[in-house]
Ligand binder design. Sequence first.
Ligand SMILES: [Fe+2]
Length: 279
Amino acid sequence: MAITAKPLPAGFGIEIDGLDANRDLSDADRTMVLNAFHDHSVVVLRNVFMDDDSQVRFSQVFGEVEVSLGANPSSGTKFSRQSNIDIASGGLIPPDDRRMAYQKGNYLWHMDSSFKQRSSLCSILSAREVPPEGGNTEFCSTRLLYESLSDAEKSKLDTLTIEHDIRYSRGLTGFKYTEQEAKNFQTAPHKLVRTNPHNGRKSLLIGIHAWRIAGWDDEPSRQLIDSLNARAEATGIYSHKWLPGDVVIWDNQATLHRATAYDTVKYRRLMQRTTIALP
Ligand SMILES: [Fe+2]
């Protein structure tokens, strides 16, 4: 099958069809998919139907796969499970269960693992069970945001470090870590402005885990972070409607993403995410 590619409609992102990502990629295919990722920030692969083993193998094309932490049901493995299906019983998790409360944080714009000391290059999410309606994943580009800034704004932002903390962001949706879980995390300082080493294009590391700007008072710090998050969204949203077999790769240095709601009492949803650490 020939490989075809078409740009997605929001000014970033590309959809590729015909790439067999379940087998070891040829050098040409590796180069193609890596270039697509660096140039377009979001890569949608259709009709892949990936399993766990092939997802780990494919993820290693991008770098080192993180081990997940904290309250995710797959904590301690190479996967973060985004699902309303109980692993042990195979039945649906009740909406008031702590595991569902934890996933509510995904409804807010964020970059995966920005709260870790080593932030993430990208995430790879594969659709295993998809609800017939709802449950989209939405993206916006902090590269397009950066490129829309004035020179004065760029110079100001270039000097800033932002401290990210998931204990702050999960608190916003009312989720509480146990004392033991909270000890697994510490505040992670990151330079706000990021540069893609392949093309030199710059972006911002922001989102809901961005807690405060190092050295700034709380109020101006919160105002600037909120304003940057809102301006990123205003540059344009790509809303991905999942089909069975889809795999989406996104840049955690240059895009924000969020989950959208679905009827968790009526429909099953299982998505498996691998997260690749920044080199
Ligand atoms: Fe996420």
